[in-house]
Design a protein around this ligand. Structure first.
Ligand code: TRP
Length: 330
């Protein structure tokens, strides 16, 4: 069912926007009478962020906003230094609402909130990121959706499928607040379960290959959170781990689609939709302070990469095989 639904969403967005992360309407188009301007800033291109954006656009169209909005899409190419200039550009070209995809972009867009409402997508820990103080009552003209990672569920999944593990390898970019939050949670969960952590940090995705190679001999499994820097180069990590026969558990379904082994987590297509629904509320005049942050944390499903599973020679336990919320990808 899930797969069918996703297929449908993908098919619809293929039809509507060619499934690309390009602007549907170019920024040169003057917004005519009654048309609203929606600026979008996406940190970088990786599978999950593209899924969020595509689902966001499809849902806006679904809600009848195709001809009522001009979307101006900007990709920061994972360069933090690009964010302020995009923010300034949107400040100058006054938007009715600005949408930010990822934590670093939401943080950078705080500068906009004086004059422009901001709706963020997929900020793992909005409080730690400093974008809101109270999830229920956003006070600073910024609200949005959060993709909290259920570390305990992921570690339980790892212990169910690969029960003999003792040491968990962790790779993250410490300048991503989202990953720091996940690291703290991982430490707690691993302590409870008697697992050891070997952590290593990277500052750009170029470092991922070396970091992974150095980590692999020391660990039984790797866990990577929903870290944008890791996600950007996920296939590199996935291939090295496959060769070393080390299962990689991930913080997002997209990272399993990109070759990781398994995860349990939220549906990012739903997150993209919810973000679009919030944008429509703002366009229809609702005040940001009346739109609580929506945290995706329930309705989790398991994603397993079958090719990776076969390469690792892993046999799934019956409890997982028969799980109603299992999504097998290749
Ligand atoms: N949650 C991430 C952030 O706060 C963004 C994100 C969404 C992400 N989906 C992902 C990162 C998948 C890595 C993989 O910035």
């Amino acid at each position: 069912m899930k797969k069918c639904l996703k297929g449908l969403v993908v098919a619809v967005c293929l039809l509507l926007v060619g499934c690309s992360s390009q602007p549907t309407v170019s920024n040169q188009t003057p917004s005519s009478e009654g048309t609203k301007k929606v600026g979008v800033i996406q940190l970088t291109e990786h599978t999950s962020l593209n899924m969020i954006y595509d689902s966001f656009v499809a849902e806006l169209e679904n809600l009848g906003y195709k001809d009522k909005v001009v979307i101006d899409f900007k990709n920061a190419q994972n360069e933090m230094s690009n964010i302020p200039s995009i923010v300034q550009y949107f400040e100058a070209n006054k938007q009715d609402v600005v949408v930010t995809i990822t934590t670093p972009v939401a943080q950078g867009a705080m500068a906009l909130t004086k004059n422009t409402p901001v709706v963020f997508a997929a900020v793992t820990d909005p409080i730690a990121a400093g974008v809101v103080k109270d999830l229920e009552k956003p006070e600073g003209n910024i609200t949005g959706t959060s993709d909290m990672v259920q570390i305990d569920e992921i570690i339980n999944l790892a212990l169910t499928i690969t029960p003999k593990i003792k040491t968990v390898g962790f790779i993250y970019n410490p300048s991503e607040v989202n990953s720091v939050t996940n690291y703290e949670k991982l430490k707690q969960v691993c302590e409870e379960k008697g697992l050891k952590i070997e952590a290593t940090s990277i500052s750009t995705s170029v470092d991922l290959q070396t970091a992974t190679s150095a980590l692999l001999p020391k660990v039984d499994v790797i866990f990577v959170p929903n870290d944008n820097t890791v996600a950007e180069a996920m296939p590199i990590l996935a291939n090295l781990a496959k060769d070393a026969k080390v299962p990689v558990y991930t913080g997002a379904d997209s990272m399993v689609m990109d070759g990781g082994f398994a995860t349990i987590g939220i549906d990012y297509v739903e997150l993209g939709k919810k973000t679009a629904q919030m944008v429509v509320e703002v366009l229809e005049g609702k005040s940001i302070s009346d739109i609580p942050v929506y945290v995706f944390k329930d309705d989790l499903y398991i994603t397993i990469n079958e090719d990776t599973m076969n390469a690792l020679g892993i046999e799934l336990p019956t409890s997982i095989k028969e799980n109603q919320k299992l999504n097998l990808v290749k």
